[in-house]
Each structure stands twice: as C-alpha cells, then as structure tokens.
Design a protein around this ligand. Structure first.
Ligand SMILES: [Zn+2]
Length: 321
C-alpha cells in the first residue's frame, strides 16, 4: 500500500470513506437532509443503474491491501484513492476513454512517484499512481481499456501497487473509486462487469457474439438496444436466471465458453473483441489459432493470471471487467 499517498486538493472531509463522518461534516454546513448531495456515487441505485453503460472498465487486477482503502488515515489527512496490489509490470488500463492531461512524477500535489491523469470530460478524472512504466504520451487520446502503464513502486510506497483515484466535479475532488466504479458496472476488485440496456462499446459486442453462439444471431454493433436485450432475456429465461436484460456476474458466467486453441465460432469473436479492448490488436475472425493463443497468453501474463492459453471464466471476467 501507499505509505504516504498524499491528500487530495479539497477538503479531506468530503473524501472520507466513512459515511457517518461525511454526513456529519457536510451536515455542519448543509444540514443532514442534504448531506450527501455532491457525493452521488454512493446514493441513488436507480441513478447508478443508468450508468452501467459499458463505458468504464477495471484499470488493474490485484487485491485490496489492508489499509489501502479510500479514506484510510494518512497522518493529518486521508487516503485519496484505492490501492490495488500486484507485482511490478502488471498491466494498467485506462478506466474510461479520455485524454492524458498529466504524465510524470508528482503530477498532482501530494502524490509521489510516477503518475498519469486522464480527463474523461464533464469534470471527471482518473489518477494512476506509483507506475513503473508509461505506455502513453502526454496529451494522448486513449480508449477505455487501452493499456496505459505498468504497475510499479515509485514514490513513497511499501511495495508495488496501483494507487487509483476517481475525481468527480473537478480535478482534486476525489470520490471513493470502489463505489464510483461499482455504480458504473465495474468491480475494482476484479469480478465480472455489469452492463444495462442502453450500454455501448466493445463489451456489448462481446455479449452479442456470445448470444449468437448461444443460438440467437445478433449483429455485433456494440449497441445494447432492444433486439439484443430481448435476446439476453430469452437466454436468461432458458437458464433460470433473473430475466432483466442486465448482463451481470450470473449471466456472464452462464454466457461465456471456455475456449482454447482450435476453438472457432462467434464466441471466439467475442473473446477477440474483449482482448482488443485491452490492446491485443488481433483480427476478429472467430478462429482461435496461434495468434489468438499468443494474445490470450500475453493477456494472462500481464494480468498475473495462470498462463495456460485457455480462456476460462477468470480470463473472461478480467477481459470484460
Ligand atoms: Zn494509495
């Protein structure tokens, strides 16, 4: 974890991970009835559900170290991000599309080591800290899931990890990354993603390819509209799952196939599409040949998964996470 992951630029109280503390402190000025205004990531589930739109993804695989949570005490301040521990060299991906606006050492006040800031528009930013290697340049435009860096141990740390921050409203106004991503259908802890009707992008294409393999041919256009939603509902009904059209952990687990060299079909296209979201750069041809085998092994290696070339549930969950 971070020994001295620095404070954010705003009132430390707004950053607190302790809801009671946040409510108490904000309540001093705003009144308890509206205490959580401005901290939306933790509140309305209905509001949150509309944001599981496929636009966000998991920036890195690892585990949450003790004391590395958002709001953890750091001297007179509190921890501004969530630490995700893994070994140096583990891949770090852009959590959403955007522009690299800062790249270097101590690029945000109070932060140490090599860091990147990506602007996602509308006052939203993500920060990636303690990196060992940068894989994008300053001012680069990045896609969601694009590999941007390697995990490292630069700055004031006790070991390699990603220090990940989410900022909402302005750079410096941090929110809890775990709940911020959860509201957007992403499990920072590494589990399956969740997408709702209306979602767009590569993860939706992966679903469409998998549904095609399951027997209902869909156009893989990345648009999770009514035709695709109805096909997923039909699949859910056939599997005895909750028929809501939401592709979450249970539906994913039923939908994916374990694939390896020699496999061919729409499900392989789904896998290839998911790997390309993570910078694999392979043809989406439905043929799990040597190129796809190599891409799967590389993906497994840089994410510290078992490197066996078999795309099973863990590899799928990581790739669509
Ligand atoms: Zn940290």
């Amino acid at each position: 974890m971070c020994e001295q992951c620095g404070p954010a630029e705003t009132s430390q109280d707004v950053r607190s991970a302790d809801p009671s503390r946040r409510k108490l402190v904000l309540g001093l000025g705003a009144g308890l009835g509206v205490a959580l205004t401005g901290v939306p990531a933790l509140t309305s589930s209905a509001w949150a559900a509309t944001l599981k739109d496929g636009r966000w993804c998991n920036p890195a695989l690892g585990y949450f170290p003790s004391g590395g949570h958002y709001g953890a005490p750091r001297g007179s301040s509190s921890h501004a991000g969530q630490d995700v521990t893994n070994s140096t060299g583990t891949a770090v991906y852009a959590a959403a599309a955007g522009t690299v606006i800062r790249r270097g050492t101590a690029v945000v006040p109070g932060r140490t080591g090599n860091g990147l800031v990506i602007s996602h528009g509308s006052g939203r930013y993500t920060y990636y800290g303690h990196l060992s290697v940068f894989r994008v340049s300053l001012n680069a435009t990045v896609a969601a899931g694009q590999r941007i860096a390697d995990m490292g141990a630069t700055g004031n740390v006790t070991g390699p990890h990603l220090h990940f921050e989410t900022h909402s409203g302005a750079l410096g106004t941090t929110v809890n990354p775990v709940s911020y991503l959860a509201a957007r259908g992403v499990d920072l802890g590494g589990g399956w993603s969740t997408i709702d009707p209306g979602a767009v992008g590569a993860t939706v294409k992966a679903v469409q390819h998998l549904i095609t393999q399951r027997g209902t041919t869909l156009v893989a256009d990345g648009d999770y509209g009514s035709v695709s939603v109805n096909a997923v509902k039909k699949f859910q009904a056939a599997r005895g799952l909750v028929v809501d059209g939401q592709v979450g952990p249970k539906t994913w687990a039923s939908l994916v196939y374990s694939l390896k060299q020699g496999s061919s079909g729409a499900h392989v296209r789904g896998l290839q599409t998911a790997l390309n979201k993570r910078s694999a750069g392979i043809a989406v041809d439905g043929d799990f040949g040597s190129v796809t085998n190599s891409a799967v092994r590389t993906y497994q290696s840089v994410n510290r998964l078992v490197v066996d070339g078999v795309a099973g549930p863990k590899t799928w969950a990581a790739a669509v996470g």
